[in-house]
Design a protein around this ligand. Sequence first.
Ligand SMILES: *Cc1c(COP(=O)(O)O)cnc(C)c1O
Length: 369
Amino acid sequence: MNSPVFVTQSALPKEETYLEYVRQIFQSHGLTNNGVFCQRLERELEAFLGVRNLSVCSNGTLALQLAIKMLGINGKKVITTPFTYVATVTALMWENCEPIFADIDPQTLCLDPARVESILLEQPDIGGIMPVHVYGNACDVQSFADISQKYGVPVVYDAAHAFGSRLNGKSLLSFGDAATCSFHATKLFHTVEGGCIVTSNTERLHKLNLLRAFGHIGDNYSCPGINAKLSELHAAMGLSLLPDAPDNLRQRARLASLYDEALNINGNPALKRPVLAKGLQWNHAYYPVLFATSDLLLTVIDELHRQDIHPRRYFHPSLTELPYLPRQSCPVAEDAASRVLCLPFWADMPDATALRVAQIVNSTTAGFA
Ligand SMILES: *Cc1c(COP(=O)(O)O)cnc(C)c1O
C-alpha cells in the first residue's frame, strides 16, 4: 500500500542546523523584534536573490498589505488578476481597495497588459496594478513598466511564487515599485510562516519597516503601523533552509524534465503546460498542466484520488466567482481555471512517485485524441 501523496511536501533543513540556531536563541533570549537572525536573513536573501531593500515579515499576505500601504494605494481601485490564490484579492480588500479584474494571457496565464491598459483608459481613477507571477512564470514586466510610466500608476507584483525565478538574469522580485514573496511552508523556500517585500529605494524600505512594527520610532509613533514582524525562530528556519535553495532549484528542474518526458508533454493531445515567458530561468515552483477539457481534468482527479494521490486545482475557481465580490467577467481566466491542475511536486519527491502519477494520468487520458 502506498502512503498518500499530496501536491507538495514542506522542505525541512538538517535538524542539527536548525537546533544550533535554537540553542543560540535560548542563550540570548532574543526571540523577536527585528533580531539578529531576522536581519541576517534579510542580508542573505538580498545576496542570494541579487536584490536590495528587502524586508522580511510574518507572512505573504501581510507583505502585500504592507506594500499597498507603503505605496499609499490603500482605499483605491487596483487592477489585478482573477487567476491567483485568494490572498492576492483579500489582501487588497483588507486595505479597502476595490479589486478590478483584468483577464490573463492564455499562454503564460499571467495578467494581460493589453487588458490592463484598456481598463486604465476607461477608468481614470485606478490607483494601482497588482500582477502575479503565477507559478513563478514571469509577467510581461516591460509592458507593465511602460504602462506604469504612461498612466502614473504604481505596480506591486505578487511574487509569492517567484523565489528563485530569474528574467534575463534578474530576480523577478526586483521588478515593480514593490514585489512581495511568501515564505509559507508550502512554498519553494520558507520560514514556516513568513514573507518579504522588495522595494525600489531605501526611503520606501524605511517606511515599510515602520509599518511592519507599529510605526515605532523609539518611544514615538510615526504612523499607524501593524505587527507584521518575523520571529527569530522563523528567521532561523529560513537561515537553515537557504543554503539548500540552489540544490532545491536543481532538483525541481530535473523532476520537471522527468514529468515532461513521462507525460510526453510536447506530443500529448490531452494536456499541455503553460508557456514560459521569454528569457525566464524558471524556478519550477509548481508543476501545472492544462487538460484539453475540464471533463478530462475531473476524470483524472477522480482516478488520482482513488489511488490516494491529491493534486490541487491551483487556481480554481477563477476569483471572478468569489461570492463576496460583484461578478466580473474574465473568460480566459475562467477557462484556464476549469482545466488546470498542479501535480504533486517538491524538490525531493522520489522519481518513482512522479512516474506513478504520470502513469495514472496517461492511462486515464489514453483514449483522448
Ligand atoms: C501563498 C500566496 C499568498 C499568501 O502568502 P501567505 O504567506 O500564505 O500569507 C499570496 N499570493 C499568492 C499568489 C500565494 O500563492
